[in-house]
Design a protein around this ligand. Sequence first.
Ligand code: GRF
Length: 221
Amino acid sequence: MPVPNFLRRRFVILISGQGSNMQAIVQACQSERCPAEVLAVISSRPQSSGLDWAADQGIATHVVAHAEFASRTAFDATLADVIDRYSPDYVLLAGFMRVLTPGFVEKYAGRLVNIHPSLLPAFPGMHTHAQALAKGVQVHGCTVHFVTPVLDHGPIIAQGVVPVEQADTPESLAERVLAIEHIVYPQVATWLAEGRVHLMPDQRVQVDAIFSRLFVSESLL
Ligand code: GRF
């Protein structure tokens, strides 16, 4: 039976580009698998193709263009104003390419979640696939984590692992990682919506009644 809207958790999703993770989360909510509603999608770039897709789904869309702000603080203040119109339970960063100020992160502490395309704490920052190839690691992947003021560093909710192949380029590896991102992030969104995810005092995460928070590509099994 569908979950009535008043019982659904409220998500706002922040993107900067194609928003394929956002689409995977929206589809999980539409399919009733995830008892949440995506109330708004906000992009830091006006040309994000994900915005059109979200609008086609009937989701409110906004652009808060970072290029139009003189400082990070001013950008974050406007972003928070738009987010707060929707009173979200969680703010999900999905390919959102801006570094947020500590004040913004504190405001949403415990409610701000990100996906990063590496197995953190390895390879924070940009160009993670090239970094992984340069180091010769044999596995790579993605991490969904709570956001802290330190970039790409925060309590880990779940990770997805894929193999690195000899012939990989950053592009081929990115494609393999993105495929597992689309499994991991909707699943974490579902756990959040179900109220299963707890940030513990030791800054580790506990997910009620879930045996494994590691998602492994079939080719590794
Ligand atoms: C993904 O690898 C995401 O983790 C990274 O940007 C890539 C594109 O994401 N930050 P999306 O298609 O915009 O969700």
